[in-house]
Structures are given as structure tokens and as C-alpha cells.
Design a protein around this ligand. Structure first.
Ligand SMILES: Nc1nc2c(ncn2[C@@H]2O[C@@H]3COP(=O)(O)O[C@H]4[C@@H](O)[C@H](n5cnc6c(=O)[nH]c(N)nc65)O[C@@H]4COP(=O)(O)O[C@H]3[C@H]2O)c(=O)[nH]1
Length: 534
């Protein structure tokens, strides 16, 4: 889960996701547009095929009409002169059917052309027969009827048979479209009639190829209602695309534009969903708070007297996030008291489970000025009530200059009466710090780390001395934060009359619980871990 979440929250991955989304949206949109175009082409093919089939529909009607005419009003004996005359009259009708046989039971006795055969000619087994009593001999050599070298399809109905000459499909087709007209028997057997001889066969085979066939060709097959005549059509996708270059280019640009729009929406949604702010608000709970413990020493003895609890937040990809990133959100969303409670509870679970060899430790918590409400804080810290003999609680009021002096004073006093120590944090950073130092009845003051961290000889480092003077004059305990060098610690050690406590990377970085516990137990522990080790 953490790995999966990590994919979405990394900016680099979001770019890759954007590319993937664009690509998928482009393919999806292009497929939809292609499917739409495919249906349009198929519809055009259907209309062309229907137009092409009209001549076969007319042919079927002519055959039916010819049979009706042949059977009508024949009083003359079969193959007599009057009979022949009657057949000839039907043959002269302008319907393209010029040869008829009198062939009861499939044995030709006379025809328009030969009149009476010396020997009746049996047509043999028909290629197929239909339910309405018609028999068909496809592309039969009809030389026997005095028409040497001629081939025609014989349709026998009742006693008469019509010879149907080969029909050429009269259909103007675009270059990219191939078509074949076929005659299909009820049993599925089929015969080429006209057009491109391979198209129907290819259509039959395409069924075996499945959906992949559609990637290469657009097909259409239309049959007349009776089902004998069909026209199969095929257009190669590549040929179509080559023929319609401009529309294809327009479709691709359209697909690209739609894909870009979808990608923008998707990324905006993902950013909102996976933004740091959204993640933090969704997942801020007792499981995501991590506490680091930065040791505080007594300068005079070098003994570890306790620690400052520093909060971190575990992101959903398990990355540890530092306060500079999430504290502004805590304040913006007015989650300060809830956040402080989560930190206190986490620290309580951690510290009460750890061993400090019976040593009573001072535990410093950071408290937002807006949460400086003695009753609420006493309630929040009540979780520590059963561990007060092991831990002395110190509240460091951050951004003290934001505290209303009159109100702050009464809450600070109430907190001290309730057994808490109260410190002003980051002394020296705000505008009205001095006034607050003078008026707030705090136990101690933490000098802002920028004093101790300043290089020796700099104005800031000079000011460290003056800051210590001021706090000392106010009669408060002093903690110097940001001790990063041996030289700075030595300077403080030379001033133990005024400086009480020190904290900083030279002493120890913020540690995880296990290392903090070891640090307390083993003073020789040299803690120089990396910042992100906490
Ligand atoms: N360069 C340098 N830095 C040092 C040294 N020694 C300590 N620090 C850093 O100074 C900060 C001390 O905390 P702070 O002044 O209370 O300043 C804290 C505090 O104002 C706030 N904060 C941290 N945890 C909490 C919390 O649980 N509640 C509240 N309200 N604020 C918190 O975030 C601030 C920053 O905390 P962190 O990033 O943990 O940074 C910590 C600590 O890692 C040093 O020798 N050199």
C-alpha cells in the first residue's frame, strides 16, 4: 500500500502517470472515433451492397414472372408448334431471359432454341433445390441445347426451366472497396457470380480470425431477403486510411486534444486527492504521528535531564515528514489542540513503555499559543497522571509573542499550580519578546537556536551573551538550543552560573525512542545520526 501510494505522491511519477493517462486516453478516444468511423464505412458499404443487389432482385422477379407466363394459358400439347410459339413469346420479353426448356422431372424434351430434342436430355442431379420446389444447376454447359460453348444457370420450376446468363455486377465502387456477388444455396454452398472473386471466401475465413480481423479490414455482407444472392464487401483499413488522409489526421488531432483535456482533469483530480495537504488531513491520526526525543543536558554536570518531544508525521508512503511542512497545515486547519493531544498520547505510549533505569526525566512538549488554556491542557495531559513520578512535564509555549499577556499570565500560573513547568520557546525571535519575558511568569526560557548556531565572532553569537544576560536578569532558567559545536558547549560550560541547560546536535540529534533510551542509560553514547534517522 505504501509503495502504491508512493507512486501517486511523487511529482516525477505524477508526470509519468500523466503521460500514461494521456496515452490511454488517446488510444481510448482514437478507438471510439475509429469505431464510429468503422460504423460509418460499414453503413456506406451496406447502402452500396443494397444498390448492387437490386439487379439480382430484379432478376429473381423476372424469373418468377417468366415461369408464370410460361405456365399461363397453354392449351397446346407440350413441345407442339403452338407450345413452342408460346415459349418463344416469353423468351422475347426484354428481361434478359432468352432460353427456356420444357423439362418435366429434370429431363429436357424441347427448348426455345432446339424445339423438340431427338433424345430427351436428363439434367442430372441439381446443385441444390429450394423449399418452394425450384431446382438449380449452376453454370451448366448448355451446348446440348444448340448453344455451343455457352454456360448458364438453369432454374427448374415445375415443368419449365429458365436459363439465366451470368450477371455482371453493375456497381460503381470506390478504389478502396472490393465486392463480390455470390449465389448461396440453402445448405451454405456458394458460387461466385461477379466482382472480386476472393472477397466472399475471405469474409468466411475472417470469422475464424476473430476480432483481430477488424484491425485490418472493414467488412459488410448483405443478402436479398430470399437469401440466394449476397454481396460481400471488404475495405482494407490501410487503404482506407491512405485514401482519407485528411479526415484521419483530423481524427487523430481530435483524439489528441480530447486526451489532453482528460489528462488535465485526471491530474488535477489526482493532485487534489494526493496533495500533501489532502494526505495530511486524511491520515492525521495516532498511527501517523511519530515522536523524536532530543536530549537536554544540564550544563553544569553534563547529565541528561530529559528531552524535548519533537513531532514528525509519517506520510502514506512511510516517508517521515518534518514539522516545517505540516505545522502550517495544522494551524491553517485549526487542528492545533488535536495535534498536540496526538503528540502527547504518542509520547506517553512511547515513554511509559521505555526503560530509563528509574531516572525521573523532564519531558518538554511544544504548545501552540492559541491552545494556552490551562483547564484544557490539564485535561489533555491527564494521560500522564499515572506517570508523573517518572516524568516531569514542561510546556514550551512556541511563538510566545502571540500570547495575550493578561490571559496568558493567568493560564501560565494555573498550569504551574497544576504541577507543570512552563517555558518560553524561541526567545529572541519575536517582536514583543522582551515584554513577554518581563511579564509572563514562566519557569524558564529557551533561547532561539539561531544564537547558538551563529558562527563565533558574528553579531548573532555576540548577542547570545546578551540574551543570556537578559534572561538571567529576569530570573528565569535558561536553555540554550542549537548547540552544534564543542566550542559552543565549552562556552556555555564556562557560564554555568547563568546557563542551566543545553540542547543541540553536538549533544544529540532528535532520536527515536530506542536510541533516546540508550542515550539516557549510557552517557558514553555518541549520537551523531543523520537528521532523517529520527
Ligand atoms: N540546526 C539545528 N537544529 C537543531 C539543533 N538542535 C535542535 N534543533 C532543531 O530545533 C528544533 C527545536 O524545536 P523548537 O525550537 O521547539 O522548534 C520546533 C517546534 O516549534 C515545532 N514543533 C516540533 N514538534 C512540535 C510539536 O509537537 N508541537 C508543536 N506545537 N510544535 C512542534 O517545530 C519546530 C522545528 O522542529 P524540528 O524540525 O524538529 O527541529 C527541532 C530540532 O531538530 C541544532 O543543534 N542545530
Amino acid at each position: 500500500m505504501a509503495k502504491l501510494a508512493g507512486i501517486f505522491i511523487s511529482t516525477r511519477n505524477l508526470k509519468l502517470i500523466g503521460i500514461a493517462v494521456w496515452f490511454a486516453a488517446f488510444v481510448g478516444t482514437a478507438l471510439v472515433l475509429a469505431a464510429f468511423s468503422y460504423m460509418q464505412v460499414r453503413e456506406a458499404m451496406r447502402q452500396d451492397a443494397e444498390a448492387g443487389l437490386e439487379q439480382f432482385v430484379r432478376l429473381d422477379e423476372s424469373i418468377r414472372a417468366a415461369f408464370q407466363a410460361l405456365r399461363a394459358d397453354i392449351a397446346d400439347a407440350p413441345c407442339s408448334a403452338g407450345f413452342q410459339l408460346h415459349m418463344r413469346k416469353v423468351a422475347y420479353l426484354p428481361d434478359g431471359l432468352n432460353e427456356f426448356f420444357y423439362a418435366p422431372g429434370g429431363i429436357v424434351e424441347c427448348s426455345v432454341n432446339v424445339e423438340r430434342f431427338a433424345q430427351p436430355v436428363p439434367l442430372g442431379e441439381p446443385d441444390f433445390a429450394t423449399a418452394d420446389g425450384k431446382s438449380f444447376w449452376i453454370d451448366r454447359d448448355i451446348s446440348f441445347a444448340g448453344l455451343p460453348g455457352m454456360v448458364g444457370t438453369i432454374v427448374l420450376h415445375d415443368r419449365f426451366a429458365a436459363v439465366v446468363p451470368r450477371q455482371e455486377m453493375k456497381l460503381p465502387l470506390p478504389a478502396w472497396m472490393k465486392a463480390e456477388a455470390v449465389l448461396v444455396a440453402p445448405n451454405g454452398r456458394w458460387w461466385h457470380r461477379s466482382g472480386n472473386e476472393w472477397v466472399h471466401q475471405d469474409e468466411q475465413l475472417s470469422k475464424r480470425r476473430g476480432w483481430t480481423d477488424g484491425l485490418f479490414a472493414v467488412r459488410q455482407k448483405v443478402c436479398v431477403t430470399e437469401g440466394f444472392h449476397c454481396i460481400s464487401m471488404r475495405a482494407a483499413v490501410a487503404e482506407l486510411a491512405a485514401h482519407y488522409k485528411l479526415p484521419v489526421a483530423v481524427l487523430l488531432v481530435l483524439a489528441g486534444t480530447i486526451a489532453s483535456w482528460i489528462t488535465r482533469l485526471a491530474l488535477r483530480f489526482m493532485r487534489r486527492l494526493w496533495s500533501f495537504e489532502a494526505r495530511f488531513l486524511r491520515h492525521l491520526d495516532e498511527n501517523s504521528i511519530v515522536c523524536a526525543y532530543q536530549p537536554i543536558i544540564e550544563v553544569k554536570t553534563g547529565a541528561v535531564i530529559g528531552c524535548e518531544v519533537l513531532a514528525r508525521w509519517r506520510d502514506i508512503d512511510d516517508a517521515i515528514v518534518y514539522p516545517d511542512r505540516f505545522l502550517p497545515l495544522v494551524q491553517k486547519h485549526e487542528l492545533t489542540s488535536r495535534f498536540t493531544r496526538l503528540v502527547i498520547e504518542k509520547a506517553y505510549r512511547d515513554l511509559t513503555a521505555a526503560s530509563f533505569d528509574g531516572q525521573r526525566l523532564q519531558v518538554n512538549f511544544n504548545v501552540f499559543p492559541r491552545d494556552l488554556d490551562a483547564a484544557a491542557l490539564v485535561r489533555t495531559f491527564s494521560i500522564f497522571d499515572d506517570a508523573r513520578d517518572r516524568f516531569e512535564l514542561v510546556l514550551e509555549i512556541v511563538e510566545c509573542d502571540h500570547v495575550d499577556l493578561a490571559k496568558g499570565q493567568s493560564h501560565i500560573r494555573a498550569l504551574r499550580r497544576a504541577g507543570f513547568k512552563v517555558y518560553m520557546d524561541d526567545f529572541g525571535t519575536g517582536y514583543s519578546t522582551l515584554k513577554h519575558l518581563a511579564e509572563l511568569d514562566v519557569d524558564g526560557v529557551k533561547l532561539d537556536r539561531s544564537f547558538a548556531m551563529a558562527p563565533t565572532g558574528s553579531i548573532m553569537s555576540e548577542m547570545l551573551r546578551h540574551a543570556i544576560d537578559m534572561v538571567h536578569a529576569a530570573g528565569r532558567k535558561i536553555v540554550v538550543e542549537g548547540v552544534e559545536t564543542a566550542e559552543r558547549l565549552a562556552q556555555l560550560e564556562a557560564d554555568t552560573a547563568r546557563v542551566d541547560f543545553a540542547q543541540g546536535y553536538f549533544i544529540a540529534r532528535p532520536l527515536d525512542l530506542e536510541r533516546f533510551s540508550r542515550f539516557v542509560l549510557d552517557r558514553s553514547f555518541e549520537a551523531v545520526p543523520q537528521r532523517n534517522a529520527a
